[in-house]
Design a protein around this ligand. Structure first.
Ligand SMILES: C[S@@+](CC[C@H](N)C(=O)[O-])C[C@H]1O[C@@H](n2cnc3c(N)ncnc32)[C@H](O)[C@@H]1O
Length: 199
């Protein structure tokens, strides 16, 4: 059984979990978007036994994610589902929180907008959307390494790139999501927490 491995996920999972323990303390169900290798899902689920962790991935990458989950089962880890941001019919049950790591700089800006719209539809009032990764502040890189990473991303796909928190805030406000927390994380990353406003 082939299991994929991401060094970045291995490095950042502890510091992310530290924040999620508090942020998701009263959550019952979390949808993870772009779960990738599944290292976050299998690490977070047993550490957050009060909730169900629902991993998801693009259909053509689902098998690798499934293998990881089968190798590291836990009672509250749901079977991964196929989920493509470009496809509006997400086969997910009702959730009160959404998590995604290192995806906003990979997907294209129209997909970022679609993602925020979809999540706003999915979340109940006060539900939260946690986004981890590198972000720009006031149109500027927060480190030299992020600037280099952005240039690498754009060389690979010009539609990818590190997103500016202000641009994300503008998009979020259009769909009733408000930036509630902005945590500095190791290695020049951030954890941004968006809260769904009351209907
Ligand atoms: C850099 S990886 C991050 C993976 C994982 N979250 C992590 O932190 O290790 C970006 C992920 O976004 C997923 N992705 C890209 N386009 C997507 C789309 N349209 N819908 C859903 N996921 C997508 C990729 O398949 C990939 O797993």
């Amino acid at each position: 059984m082939q299991v994929a491995f991401s060094e970045a996920a291995e490095r950042n999972k502890r510091s992310i979990l530290e924040k999620l323990r508090t942020l998701l303390a009263s959550s019952k169900s979390v949808l993870e978007i772009g779960s990738g290798t599944g290292q976050h899902a299998v690490y977070f689920a047993p550490a957050l036994p009060q909730l169900v962790w629902q991993p998801s991935e693009l259909p053509d990458k689902l098998d690798l994610l499934l293998n990881q989950c089968l190798q590291h089962p836990s009672e509250n880890l749901a079977r991964p589902i196929a989920l493509d941001i470009d496809n509006g019919n997400w086969a997910t049950a009702q959730v009160d929180a959404v998590f995604t790591a290192n995806t906003l700089h990979i997907i294209h800006w129209p997909q970022v907008c679609r993602l925020f719209n979809q999540i706003s539809t999915l979340l109940p009032s006060n539900g939260i959307f946690c986004t981890y990764g590198p972000f720009n502040v006031d149109g500027r890189y927060t480190s030299k390494s992020n600037a280099q990473f952005d240039s690498w991303l754009k060389g690979r796909d010009y539609r990818s790139g590190i997103r500016d928190i202000g641009d994300l805030q503008y998009q979020a406000e259009q769909c009733d999501l408000r930036l509630q927390e902005n945590y500095a994380m190791p290695a020049n990353n951030r954890l941004l927490v968006w809260r769904k406003l009351n209907d």
